[in-house]
Design a protein around this ligand. Sequence first.
Ligand code: NAP
Ligand code: G4F
Length: 346
Amino acid sequence: MEKQDKTALVTGITGQDGGYLAELLLDKNYKVYGMHRRGSTDGHSGRINHLKGKLELVCGELTDIGSLSKIIKQIKPDEVYNLAAQSHVGISFSQKHYTNEVNWLGVERLIDCIKEEAPNAKLYQASTSELFGEVLESPQSEKTPFNPVSPYATAKLKAHNAIKRERENGMFCCSGILFNHESPRRGLEFVTRKFTDGIARIKLGIPQRETGKNYLEMGNLEARRDWGHSRDYVEAMWKMLQQDSPSDYVIATGETHSVREFIEAAADVAGIKINWQGQGVEEKGYDQSGNKIIAINPKFFRPNEVNFLIGDATKAKRELGWEPKVRFKELVEEMVQADLEKLKGK
Ligand code: NAP
Ligand code: G4F
């Protein structure tokens, strides 16, 4: 077998980004180890089934320093991509201690293990546009002050600062301040995929996944996000670790859309025009035949909301030569078509 050039460890291999990043690294002839955690259900996330035999899976936990230490000692990676996290902002409000354990202290554990067992390894940390929170300027760049409003973001900010601290102490480590990125592999509990799955069900006459109802329940429709494609964003992660010196980078499309705009665009791909009626929590969305397809459920509102995000990725373009390839319309189209295909025949 051809000798592999470099060894990479990807934590969070079973997540959305993990699979896309593994594909990219395998294409570049890396030996790829993916860290997953033990689950009670059979096998691993469907997201990496197609990579069986190509990557090596190792079992570990960000909350367990023993497992991290053993893995890094065994693999001696050249590059570590820390994608593992409790990544749901809404859930972080009810699980703030756990979120802190994983999203902040997990990173501190990983740093310690790398320093001890593979001190020359480069580290990528999955930072986030959630750090900007209640935004203090727009668009948001690497120079924009952080103003986090969720337990998820406060934990990620502590991790972000740990990376900065270690970089100043000589470690090669970067934080990618990634804005929202989606794909047909996005978790079903995030707003884009929840809706593309939901509208595909409505189109095909299949009850909704969690409620069994024939309409979707959504939260705040006015929040705005800068949505890109996960496949484009993992390329930026890799590019950060190939630079001569480490730095932090904003990765974004520079376009912002509301949740309502995403919903309308996705429904449109499925051939459904939404007629909105009512206000606030009483607002409903109807299809062309007058069927209710969307209702508001306040349980999806967050105690604190990030209302507006739009990123300025000028530095990434200049230093990494990175630009997003997939734009909003194409992203929505790909996600809806993929969910229609998946659900046909169910
Ligand atoms: P995701 O789909 O939710 O995947 C998260 C991964 O982390 C899963 O593989 C999960 O394993 C693993 N994980 C969770 N807790 C863990 C623990 N305690 N120990 C070990 N592994 C654990 O997230 P994603 O969308 O791929 O995002 C990747 C990273 O980027 C995350 O850190 C996220 O916070 C950050 N981020 C994402 C976005 C975005 O828009 N997608 C934007 C900015 C930053 P299981 O499969 O076992 O649950
Ligand atoms: O899809 P979301 O849950 O993503 P959110 O909160 O922006 O977080 C994602 O992006 C971050 C980067 O900025 C990542 F760091 C993080 O890991 C994650 O990947 O919610 C987007 C917006 C929010 O304003 C939310 O209130 O959609 C609104 N929303 C409206 N209805 C909903 C719903 N969100 C969810 N999850 N479910 C709803 O029914």
